[in-house]
Every structure is written in C-alpha cells, then in structure tokens.
Design a protein around this ligand. Structure first.
Ligand code: GDP
Ligand code: MG
Length: 750
C-alpha cells in the first residue's frame, strides 16, 4: 500500500546545484504550489539558509486557520518573515499552497540559540472561499503540517471562539483523526504536538482564561465525538497534544499594544522567557514553546526528501505511513551518506590498493610503510563520519547500513592487509635467501670454515623480526581481521623450507669439495705407490733369493688401504661439517654413500692413468733395470765377460714379467680376491632420490642391473693389453741385455 515515493527524487540535494538568486527566496520558498506540486528547490533553500547541515538542530512551526485572519501578518511579526499579506483594501487570498521561510529575527543578546533554525510554514487558509467548495487542499495541507511540524499555530478571531460548527473546528477534527491513524501505525514515530491557539482581536472583555476554557471544552467535545480506531477508544486528547493559548490585541484599534504583545510572543517562540506571572490577561504562560518532545527527529538534510514523500502520499490519497516514510528516507539517505564518506575513504585507500596491485603485477611485491596507521585512520574516519551523519536516521536502517559499510570497508582493508602480509612474506623470503647466499660467499672467500648453521640462524631471526615488525605496523587496532599469526606461521614454515633448500645446496658444495679433496689426495698417494714399482725392491730391503719383492706383491693391499684410509678421513670430515649445519642423519648417510661411489670413480681414474701403456712400460723397464743392472747392495754392475749376464737377465726379466698379471687385476693378497667394494660402498640408503643418483656412474658388482661383475670392475688390464705389454717389455729388456753384453765385451778389449 505504501509506494516508495521518496525514491522518485533524484537525491535529497536535488536542486542544490541549481543556481538561485537571492530574489528567488525573497519571500521564503513556496514548497507546495497551488497545483499541489512539491518544490524541488527546497534543498537549495535550506542550503542557502544554512539549515541543511543542522542535523536535528532546527524546528518547524506551521500556522493554519481561516482565510484572511491575519496568519501571514502574524508570522511576519513573530519571525520577521516576508510572507505575502493581503492589502487592507482587497479581500483576496494571497497565500497559495504552502510557503516556508526561516526565522529572520535575532535572538536576544546573551541568550544562546536555544531554538536556532526555526522554519515557519504558512499554510493556505481555510474556508474554501477562494477554492469554492473544494476543501481537498485544506485537508491535505493540514495533514502535511501535522506530519512535519512541532507546533501548529491555530489562528482564530476572538469572535470565532465558541463557534463549534466553524471551519476551524472542522479542520481540527481532521487533524485529530489523522493523528490517531498515525499513532496507530507506530506509536514511537509520532511525537506529541503543540496546538498553539492564537486568539486575534482580543477585546479584553472576556479574559483569556475564559476563552481558553471554552476552546478546551469544544476540543473535548470534538474528541469524544471522534470515531476512534479499535484499541484507542479510551484515549484522551491530552495523550497526544499539548495546548497553549495566547490572545493578541486588535491590530487596527490598538496597534501599539498589538506590536508589543506580538513581539513578546515572538521572543517566547525563539527563546522562551521566565518573567514572573503578569496580569494573566494576554498570555498565561512563560514557558518556551519548542520543547524537544515535539521534535519530529528528521535530520535537516533528509527533510526535503521526507517532506516530499509525505506530500506525495497525502496528495495521492494514500494512507499516511510515517514509519515507512522514515525507513525509506533512512535507506536512501544512508546510501547517499555512505557514498559520500566512501569518497574520502577511496581517496586514501585506492592509491594504496593501486600500489599493491602494481607490485603484484611487476612481480616485485611492495611493502607499504606504516600501512596500519593509514588504513586504521581511514577506517576510523569513514565509520565515524557515517555514524555522525546517518545515526540520526531510523535506528534499524542505520544499524543495517552501518554494518553494510563496515563489511564493505573491512573487506577492502582486509584484502589490502593480506596483500601487505603476502608482500612482506615474499620479499622476506627472497631477502633471506639472498642474505644467506651472500654470507656463504663471503665465508667461502675467507676459507671453508664459515659457520653455515650460524649464518642461517642469524638471517632467519632477522627475517622473522622484520616480518613481525612489518605485520605489526600494518595492523589495525580493533579490526578482527588484523591478525597475522597464521601468516607468521606460514612465513616461518617457508623460511624453514628455504633453509633446507639452502642446506641442500650447502651439502652439494660440501660434497664437491670432499670429492675434489679425495681426488687430489688419491692422485698423490696412489701415484706414490705406483712409483715404488720403479725400484725393484720397493724400499723394503733386498728381496730374498728367488722371491719377488714383497712391496710388489702387495701393491693392491696398499692401494686399497691408502684408498679406504683416505676416504675414511674424508667421511669423518664430511660428517662433522654436515652435522654442523643441521643436516639430517639421512642426508649425511646419502652424502657419504655418494662420496664413496664418487671416490671409487676417482680411484679408478687414477688407476687407469697409472696403467696407461706408456706409463706402465716405463715402470716395468725401471723395475727390470733396477733388478738387472744393480747388485743386491744397490751398486751398479760393471759387466765383465765372465759374468753370468744371461742368467741375471733372465731372472730379472721373469721377475718383472710377474708384475703384469699382478697389475692386471685389483686383488688383495690375503684372499686373492677383489677388495670388498660392494660391502664397502654399502646399499643405497632408503632416502636416496633420483636426483641424488643422477650424476653417479654405474659400478660393476655394486649396481647389479649393470650386468658387470665385481671381477670385471676390478680388471685393470685386459688379456690382449697384458699380452702387448709383455711383448713390448720383452723387447725393451732385450735391448738392455744386448747393451750389457756389448759393454762386457767392450770392457775386455779395452
Ligand atoms: P491571512 O490570509 O490569514 O494570511 O491574512 P493576512 O495576513 O493576509 O491578513 C489579512 C488582512 O487582515 C490584512 O488586510 C491584514 O492587514 C489584516 N489583519 C492582519 N492582522 C490583523 C489583526 O490582528 N486584526 C485585524 N483586524 N486585521 C488584521
Ligand atoms: Mg496568508
């Protein structure tokens, strides 16, 4: 039944933007014209009069009564307004529709503006003389006045008092009826009103108190004659209305007295006054008129829309439904206020959102300094300004809209806050990783003894501290979403992940260093063992007759021992260092396993190098010459023809030749079997990954799927290579023998 008429306006400030000259509002504003149109310029008028921002600090007073009873005249006297007044010669209606004007009279010196911003409505007179029998407009304007005004001035001639059938009484009956209807809708939305009777042309013969009694009796009679809605049958007129009565002297006959009294009355409207009881003839009260209880509680900035909505309801003969009007008004105004306060909010927050988005798009996350202060302030301001403006409207609507605003604001700020945390997270992780890498590089420059564990711990503490301080300075006090604990947890976890990745890198570096060390160590020590082959006695004294030098026979035992000793040393260094930066036992286990395999590869490379044909031939020749050309004491032989050169040659040659089968297979002397390489390397640890195995070469006898046996892995020289070597060695030995023979003969001839 209630059309949302307020929605038809294009906003409560419609008309504010339009240009109005001062003359436009010279006589106030005709808010409803004679064609019953509502004036869209009302906001502009209230703006011009400085009322629009007054909140509840304004008042509305209406006057009605019969045509040409001096209503406009009275208002002009009381409030300094300039409503049109009929000239004394013509009897023609001047006030058409409803006019409004702001009080133009100053308050008395020293009296605070107790009733500031008084708006007065001059309502077209009643009796239908000018409008024929159509009393429609009178009824409607009375309703309008009742719905909006705190005080209704009822203007009557003294001689009309007691005329129960008069036009005034008919109108009052309408007012009472409508009030009951309004009251029935929602008791809270209809405050009391003051019916202020101003009795004009008071001759003084009948005292005011008598006139008042007569009027009150008439009103009572009127009230009891009303058909009251169910539930309100027993209601009294005093439940809804206060009454005040004032009489004014005859304006034409007693002009001075008239002016004096009307001035006094005006002061009472504006300020109230407390002078002692006077003669009681003219005005029985000294109380202020504009009591808070009468206020309609429509904020000034919502008044034009509210009044318009009410007028449209009245004009279209709909049931006047103030609560619904107030709710609609509240919804509309709250939305508008929300838009307004969001402009200020956007001015602060949008640039921050843009900066953050840019950071995300460019892949370089931006941590905005002191974000918490910025957005906390914006949040406080937007909520407070909304509350200040909007809380004057319908409480339920305000609460809903306020929650809506808070949700809107908080969802934006929460996104910003989380964006900030994730920026702090990303940049923190990057910084951390970089700081560790840099510190490791600096440590490496100084040597290999830098403390990786310490570096990681120090940088992690720094990173956590920085994140926390950034998160704290981004937090907004009082916002439930402003909690970074779970993000801090995530951050901590990621730092740990990065640490473990960095530790893996460090492990790899350690492995590379260890392998390099093993390779160079083996290069020396294995080379040394092979060099010993060059001397036929290997430094262990002269071999017993017919026996091979022990040093040659157990070369592989020594190679294996040197090898395993070296690796054992490397392993313990590796373990110690890996443990120093918290490598897990599993990681260490894998690292050692890899180290052993790599080391075996290094040994094989070294052995291959030592047993290259050229190298080995040289060693064999040295070995042979040592046995052939030197005696047991290591003294060079001077060959004489009597010497058993051939015998010595054969013995030395055969002895050296035994090295070839010895060297061709890596065998331990004790078992005559290959060293236990498979057992020594051990099974692959359970935690080995494909990445760990990627750069490992297969080892025969260890990696079964290779199809190569340990025997083959331990083959240093193949059969044909051994054969070749043996042939070439014999030729070399032959050469030495021939030379020896020659030198023996030569020695004789000399
Ligand atoms: P309205 O139609 O009720 O607004 O009446 P107006 O203010 O236009 O006044 C109508 C006529 O009554 C004018 O000619 C006024 O001069 C005259 N008038 C105004 N006040 C008084 C008054 O107190 N007593 C008498 N007798 N005439 C008045
Ligand atoms: Mg008038």
């Amino acid at each position: 039944p209630t059309a949302p008429t307020v929605m038809t306006m294009n906003g409560h400030f419609a008309g504010v933007g339009e240009q109005h000259s001062a003359e436009d509002f010279e006589h106030g504003i005709q808010i409803i014209d004679s064609d019953k149109n509502f004036n869209d310029s009302l906001p502009a008028y209230l703006q011009k009069e400085g009322v629009i921002r007054a909140g509840f600090n304004y008042h509305l007073i209406s006057v009605f009564g019969s045509q040409s009873t001096g209503k406009s005249t009275l208002l002009n006297y009381l409030f300094g307004t300039q409503f049109g007044v009929m000239s004394e010669k013509e009897r023609r209606q001047t006030t058409k529709g409803i006019w409004m004007s702001k009080n133009k009279k100053e308050h008395a010196e020293g009296n605070t503006a107790m009733a500031a911003n008084i708006l007065v409505m001059d309502v077209e007179g009643t009796d239908g003389r000018e409008r024929g029998e159509d009393q429609d407009f009178e009824r409607k304007s009375a309703l309008f006045a009742l719905a909006t005004s705190e005080v209704l001035i009822v203007n009557i001639w003294e001689h009309q008092v007691g005329l129960y059938q008069g036009a005034n009484m008919g109108l009052l009956k309408t007012v009472f009826e409508v009030n009951l209807q309004l009251f029935l809708k929602d008791q809270k939305s209809v405050p009391r009103s003051l019916l202020f009777f101003v009795i004009r042309d008071h001759l003084g013969t009948t005292p005011l108190s008598n006139l008042k009694e007569t009027l009150k009796a008439d009103l009572q009679r009127l009230w009891s004659g009303l058909s009251k809605p169910p539930g309100l049958e027993k209601s009294q007129i005093d439940d809804y209305f206060d009454f005040a009565f004032v009489a004014l002297p005859h304006k034409i006959l007693q002009p001075e007295k008239f002016e004096q009294e009307v001035a006094r009355l005006g002061t009472r409207f504006r300020e109230g006054f407390k002078d002692p009881k006077r003669d009681g003839l003219v005005d029985e009260s000294t109380e202020p008129v504009l009591l808070p209880a009468y206020h309609r509680r429509i904020p000034a900035d919502g008044f034009p829309m509210y009044a318009n909505g009410i007028w449209e309801q009245i004009d279209s003969n709909k049931d006047l439904d103030l609560p619904t009007q107030q709710e609609l008004l509240a919804q509309f105004r709250c939305d508008e206020i929300m838009k307004e306060v969001m402009l200020t909010f956007d001015a602060v927050v949008s640039p921050l959102e843009d900066r953050q988005a840019e950071g995300i798009n460019s892949g370089r996350p931006v941590v905005i300094a002191a974000l918490g202060n910025l957005i906390g302030e914006a949040r406080k301001v937007v909520l407070a300004s909304f509350e200040e403006e909007a809380s004057r409207y319908h409480k339920g609507v305000f609460k809903t809209k306020s929650a809506e605003l808070q949700t809107k604001v908080d969802s934006r700020l929460k996104a910003l806050y989380h964006g900030q945390l994730s920026a702090a997270h990303k940049s923190g992780v990057e910084d951390f990783s970089e700081a560790v890498t840099t510190a490791v590089k600096a440590g490496q420059k100084k040597g290999t003894n830098y403390d990786f564990h310490q570096i990681v711990q120090t940088e992690k503490q720094k990173a956590l501290k920085k994140f926390e301080s950034e998160a704290q300075s981004s937090a907004v006090a009082g916002a439930t979403w402003s909690d970074y604990r779970s993000q801090l947890n995530l951050y901590q976890k990621e730092l740990d992940e990065v640490s473990s990745r960095l530790r893996k890198d460090e492990m790899r570096r350690l492995a590379t260093r260890s392998e390099r060390w093993v390779r160079s160590r083996l290069g020396e020590s294995i080379g040394l063992e092979f060099n010993k082959l060059g001397s036929g006695r290997g430094g262990s004294g002269a071999p017993a007759e017919g026996e091979k030098p022990p040093s040659e026979k157990d070369i592989w035992d020594r190679v294996w021992n040197v090898f395993t000793d070296t690796i054992a040393h490397a392993e313990s260094r590796f373990t110690e260092r890996a443990r120093s930066f918290d490598a897990s036992p599993e990681e260490v286990e894998v690292g050692l396993w890899r180290l052993r395999r790599k080391s075996w590869g290094a040994l094989r490379d070294k052995l291959d190098e030592e047993t290259m044909e050229g190298n080995l031939l040289l060693k064999l020749r040295e070995n042979f010459e040592d046995k052939f050309r030197y005696d047991e004491e290591g003294v060079p032989r001077i060959w004489r023809p009597t010497d058993d050169i051939e015998g010595l040659y054969t013995k030395a040659r055969e002895s050296t030749l035994t090295l070839i089968p010895l060297l061709s297979r890596f065998k331990l002397s004790g078992t005559s079997a290959p060293p236990p390489l498979d057992a020594w390397i051990g099974d692959a640890p359970a935690t080995v990954t494909a990445a760990d195995e990627e750069d490992l070469n297969p080892i025969g006898g260890v990696d079964e799927e290779e199809g190569k046996s340990l025997e083959e892995e331990m083959t240093i020289l193949g059969d044909s290579k051994s054969q070749d070597l043996s042939t070439r060695f014999k030729k070399t030995a032959d050469g030495v023998y021939v030379e020896a023979k020659r030198s023996a003969i030569g020695g004789v001839t000399q």
